[in-house]
Design a protein around this ligand. Structure first.
Ligand code: ADP
Ligand code: MG
Length: 596
């Protein structure tokens, strides 16, 4: 055992194997124990050679596996490893809640003097689809970051409390909480943790009080940036994720009611909440005037989303909500209205900016007051309106659009008398913990190194992670186990780089072919389609669609780009696109723009 958490890692692997085999009609048993063993390649290279493990622990594990078969359990382990497997140190690990150890009595193992207590490693079952089990669902394509969260205990507790209140009454009306903060302050990280905690709580609630107060369905959606936002684009992503989470079928690539032709779509692929509005859908589709048509779809999306949320309390977590479009904001606003007010609510007199710059007013949404009240709980994260962005570039359309969307959301929050949570920089202790996690797991950081990080980051987590990335090649660990700046740099002589150049260094360190890809993508915009990117890249070097895809996935692993709900790619942060774009020579930009 070379790593201190080897029992946990072993349990995790056993759990993964179990998860894989659970879907096949395979039976297997395993024994898990811990201790020293001999392992290595044994034999004669030209005859027979095998990797093998030997020793007392190996025999014990084999006996446990045999015992498991007799007891008709799958994975047996010694009870003595329980503390190590379920220790506090990894309570936040998402895999911790995927299994547990159940005592399976004491047994006499061959070759042992005394009886030993054994446990069964049980995979916590996900019963049926997410909707039927009342289990909870987080959209996996939401750009998850499941890193440890530091210095946000109060905020996280407040969010969880907000999301969990009224769980006993699924008939509560909508509520909303707006999380506001500058780019890199940790909004996405906070929302990811929120979903993690809710998921965990729901797991426990599901076990303890099945049927009494049902845990909510949790859906996280990252609203993708779009240089040319299409009306209702945020609703497409939201509807897609909601249907998936509620176990409804989805049709086509994205869930656009505007493109749904009920006559041509097989009935079984039409979700019930949409089928119920078939007549209206057909009518709206016939409207010729763009404004009227849009108003019709806003009303339809509102009804469909309300209907879905009426089935089961839903916590909808929208990250980067400032990328949403006006029409989608109208929908969300209407969805949040309490049912009893709906009849005469003057919901919408909001300005609509259509693609053709036509400004229209939407009619009042007419909702049937008898529709079931629902319990939508909306948590939105937006960049603060005054956030200048790290690299100022006002050319980007989204930069122009977002302040107004933010103020729309703020108006709604105010109207609903709901909270606005403003994220402030984290404290010094948290900064150092983030740095520690990014740089080293074991060493202490030297005083001057700590001072440098604190001074540079100003409590902004993104700056901490970026400077640590930059520091990685500039630090050394001394024999006393303390991490210090390398001999070539002294703090006095170190000019703290700008965030811009930090990001630049970050990108300069990836392989050249990936950099080329990023450069081509940056010319297209913050979001880009694979097919178009392929064309642009092919102007530069010969590439196949397969290679491109591989490279894109590598860039995703490096957390530089993400795949959106709608199936296109985008830069993980607008800043990354801007940094790459600005690194291009004017001539290169022009040539590439021409290719587009
Ligand atoms: N409280 C925190 N503890 C640890 N890491 C954090 C914390 N907040 C943010 N981070 C990290 O900092 C980076 C930027 O945070 P992010 O949530 O993406 O910011 P935002 O969404 O506000 O732009 C991410 O890599 C994130 O994992
Ligand atoms: Mg974010």
């Amino acid at each position: 055992p070379s790593s201190p958490d080897h029992p946990r890692r072993c349990a995790v692997i056993a759990h993964r194997v179990l998860a894989i085999l659970a879907s096949d009609a395979f039976t297997f048993t395993a024994g898990v124990t811990t201790g020293s063993a001999f392992c290595g390649i044994i034999g004669q290279p030209d005859r027979r050679c095998e990797y093998t493990v030997m020793g007392d622990v190996v025999n014990t594990a084999a006996r446990l596996a045999g015992l498991a078969a007799k007891k008709e359990i799958q994975v047996a382990c010694l009870a003595s490893i329980e503390a190590e497997v379920l220790g506090n140190s990894w309570q936040n690990n998402p895999e911790a809640k995927a299994f547990r150890l159940v005592p399976a009595g004491k047994v006499m193992l061959k070759g042992k003097a005394e009886e030993v207590a054994v446990c069964e490693l049980v995979l916590i079952q996900e019963t049926g689809g997410p909707a039927s089990s009342g289990a909870l669902y987080t959209s996996m394509r939401a750009g998850a970051t499941t890193r440890e969260l530091y210095g946000r205990d109060r905020e996280l507790a407040e969010l969880v409390q907000f999301a969990m209140r009224d769980t006993a009454s699924p008939l509560a009306c909508g509520s909303m909480l707006l999380v506001v903060g500058g780019s890199g302050i940790g909004k996405s990280a906070l929302l990811a943790s929120l979903c993690g905690v809710l998921e965990e709580t729901a797991g426990k609630m599901g076990e303890v009080s099945r049927g009494q107060s049902l845990p909510p369905v949790v859906v996280r959606v990252h609203i993708s940036s779009n240089d040319y936002p299409e009306p209702l684009h945020a609703c497409h992503d939201i509807l897609d994720a909601l249907l998936e989470a509620h176990g409804e079928p989805r049709w086509g690539v994205s869930c656009k009611l505007e493109d749904l032709d009920l006559r041509r779509t097989p009935t079984r692929t039409i979700p019930v909440p949409i089928g119920e509005h078939a007549v209206e859908l057909a009518e709206v589709g016939k409207i010729q005037a763009p404004a009227g048509r849009l108003a019709g779809y806003v009303e339809l999306y509102t009804k469909v989303i309300r209907a879905i949320c009426a089935r089961k309390r839903t916590v909808l977590v929208l990250d980067d909500a400032h990328h949403a479009d006006y029409s989608s904001i109208c929908v969300l606003h209407a969805v949040l209205q309490p049912a009893k007010n709906v009849k005469d609510a003057q919901l919408l007199a909001r300005k609509q900016t259509l693609k053709n710059k036509l400004r229209v007013r939407l009619s009042t949404i007419r909702l049937d007051p008898s529709t079931t009240p629902h319990g939508l709980c909306l948590v939105c994260a937006v960049n603060s309106a005054e956030d200048p962005g790290i690299v100022s570039d006002t050319e980007s359309t989204s930069a122009i659009l977002s302040p107004s969307i933010i103020s729309e959301l703020q108006d709604i929050a105010e109207e609903m008398q709901s909270n606005v949570m403003s994220l402030e920089p984290v404290d010094d202790g948290a900064v150092l913990l983030i740095a520690q996690a990014a740089l080293t797991s074991t060493c202490r950081l030297a005083k001057d190194l700590r001072a440098l990080i604190l001074n540079f980051s100003q409590g902004i987590p993104l700056y901490v992670t970026e400077i640590c990335m930059w520091l990685r090649n500039r630090v050394k660990i001394d024999s006393d186990g303390i991490m210090r700046l390398g001999s070539t740099v002294s703090v006095g002589g170190l000019v703290p780089p700008s965030v811009h150049s930090l990001v630049q260094t970050h990108i300069d360190n990836i392989p050249a072919d990936l950099q080329l890809l990023l450069r081509c993508a940056s010319v297209i915009g913050t979001a880009f389609e694979e097919a178009l990117l392929l064309e642009v890249v092919q102007q530069e070097i010969p590439t196949t669609a397969g290679t491109l895809q591989q490279h894109l996935h590598r860039l995703r692993e490096l957390q530089l780009i993400t795949l959106t709900q709608g199936g296109h790619w985008e830069f993980q942060r607008a800043m990354y696109q801007q940094v790459v774009y600005q690194s291009l020579l004017y001539k290169q930009r022009r040539a590439m723009h021409r290719a587009i």
